[in-house]
Ligand binder design. Structure first.
Ligand SMILES: Cc1ncc(COP(=O)(O)O)c(C=O)c1O
Length: 403
């Protein structure tokens, strides 16, 4: 292994291994001129719904389209308040704003970096006032009714869904899962006494198939899953200019379709997803073991007993993150930061008026998280090299030295 570089993500090897099957997809599309809709899209939708243990899957142009159209199809109206977490990709709140709603936030649980149900409850009970007529609550900050909540299954680990769904029933809002990083992740529902798949618990869920995801296309792609036939039908119309049949537009929609080539690619890769997720879990166990004995200098993401994550990312937390990242870059090791600025402090949301300190757990996480190389083909030698370099950097810091 020596000092060979370790990439953050290797998207070349996986496609090389599947080269012939993927070329066959492109050939089929060219031979049949079937670029939009058609059997590859329908088959993928059927297979992905089955994988997620949900009744319906509606292919979309991206995860962002999937989130936005899921919110709209599930009934979120312009002016409504939709609550999510500050530690996520901006697409979560873009989808809320672009559906005409107003984003609001509750903080994360520091152990899992996902929505803290206790904070959601506190928000609903104290930062909102009840509206007896609708049975909903009205956010004191936005002045409008909270009609939906988006828990984000961050880094491949599901949010604590049971208490969130209990609050949804009590306060009359819908739950849309942001499952864009969590293809195949599972949650043990105590209420139902069984494991549930990401994408099967909310009114609907959004998935991204951006190339680097656990299930990635060779371009842009996404999907909505749902058990609700009405939501599925509205998603099908919204992604296709609001038409129920060609040129019969029941409403104004969007161009948000999954294209056939990407659907064909996703079908090929879906057959390997369970195996790849298992390999990611093995890699995560490998890192966990290599990091035991780091004497608390490196905090690992906790996995509660109710969670079976799929490790889209392997994020650690360290006090001097910028320096560790610089040392790893100098040693040829790729890393990422997910995400350096919590959404409420982004310039894009300046007008919302949030201040540093409003969501302290997310803010601290954003200043400490560092994602290490993680992909199914990552070798144990590569992992050892990563952890050796991490320890080396920490030792240098302790001794006050520079490399
Ligand atoms: C948590 C989360 N939500 C939404 C998205 C948006 O997905 P896409 O890039 O496919 O639009 C992503 C993708 O990066 C994501 O990670």
């Amino acid at each position: 292994m020596g000092n060979a570089k370790v990439p953050f993500l290797d998207l070349v090897t996986v496609h090389r291994d599947l080269h012939d099957e993927l070329l066959a997809v492109f050939k089929t599309a060219l031979d049949t001129a079937g670029f939009i809709g058609g059997p590859m899209v329908h088959e993928f939708e059927r297979e992905f719904a089955e994988f997620c243990e949900s009744r319906w899957c509606v292919g979309m142009g991206s995860g962002t389209d999937a989130l936005r159209l899921a919110l709209m199809a599930a009934g979120v109206q312009p002016g409504d308040t939709v609550v999510t977490v500050p530690l996520t990709f901006i697409a979560t709140t873009e989808a809320i704003s672009q559906a005409g709603a107003r984003p609001d936030f509750v903080d994360i649980d520091e152990r899992t970096c996902t929505m803290d149900p206790r904070k959601l409850r506190a928000y609903l009970e104290t930062d909102c006032t009840p509206d007896l007529q609708s049975g909903r609550v009205v956010s004191k900050r936005t002045g409008s009714a909270v009609t939906a909540v988006i828990p984000v299954h961050l880094y491949g680990q599901m949010a604590d869904m049971d208490p969130i769904l209990e609050l949804a029933a009590r306060f009359n809002f819908i739950v849309i899962e942001d499952a864009c990083q969590a293809h195949g992740a599972e949650y043990f529902s105590k209420k139902e006494d069984r494991w549930r798949k990401a994408g099967s618990m909310g009114r609907a869920a959004a998935f991204s198939f951006y190339p680097g995801k656990n299930l990635g296309a060779c371009g842009e792609a996404g999907a909505v899953t749902t058990d609700d036939e009405g939501v599925a039908r509205r998603c099908q119309m919204l992604r296709d200019h609001g038409q129920s049949r060609k040129y019969f537009h029941d409403l104004e929609g969007y161009n948000g379709r999954l294209d056939a080539i990407q659907a064909g690619v996703l079908r090929v890769k879906l057959r390997h997803l369970a195996k790849w997720n298992e390999q990611r879990r093995e890699r995560a166990r490998g890192y966990d073991e290599l990091f035991t004995g780091s004497a608390g200098a490196i905090a690992l993401q906790q996995v509660p007993l109710w969670s079976r994550p799929v490790y889209h990312l392997y994020a650690v937390r360290v006090a001097d993150r910028e320096r560790l990242q610089a040392d790893l870059t100098a040693a040829g090791i790729g890393t990422g930061i997910h995400y350096p600025i919590p959404l409420h402090l982004l310039q894009a949301y300046e007008a919302l008026g949030f201040r540093p300190g409003d969501f302290p757990v997310a803010e601290q996480a954003a200043s400490q998280v560092l994602s290490l190389p993680m992909f199914p083909d990552l070798s144990p030698e590569q992992q050892r090299r990563v952890t050796t370099e991490v320890f080396q950097s920490m030792r240098m810091r302790e001794s006050g030295g520079v490399r």
